[in-house]
Design a protein around this ligand. Structure first.
Ligand SMILES: [Zn+2]
Length: 107
């Protein structure tokens, strides 16, 4: 597995964790459900859907890079232009404190 393969696998694993239905939902502090209690009020902040949309957008960015990579070079992992690697590194940066994050992935 190349470093880019590992980086993509790392990113996909983090996105899977964020979209896991068993994971606690994020809510803004202004959310009615947070202020009044989930038994009393429904969520009105939209943050859970926003997080899922963000995860979907990031997955699409990774898919797009992999599609371009496959179209241009066939076998994945042989070569990836540095500008595309930089995009993957930036997507991984929010997870720099994760134990599986490699320092070499820092942009
Ligand atoms: Zn909410």
């Amino acid at each position: 597995m190349t470093d880019v393969d590992a980086l993509v696998a790392f990113l996909r694993a983090r996105l899977d964790e964020r979209s896991d239905p068993e994971a606690p939902e994020p809510h803004l502090s202004t959310c009615a459900a947070v202020r009044w209690g989930f038994a009393e009020r429904d969520c009105d902040c939209g943050e859970p859907d926003r997080v899922l949309a963000e995860v979907d957008a990031k997955r699409r960015i990774i898919d797009h890079i992999e599609d371009q990579w496959d179209a241009a070079y066939g076998e994945p992992g042989r070569f990836l232009p540095p500008e595309w690697v930089a995009v993957l590194q930036l997507l991984a940066l929010p997870y720099a404190d994760h134990p599986e994050f490699r320092q070499e992935w820092r942009p």
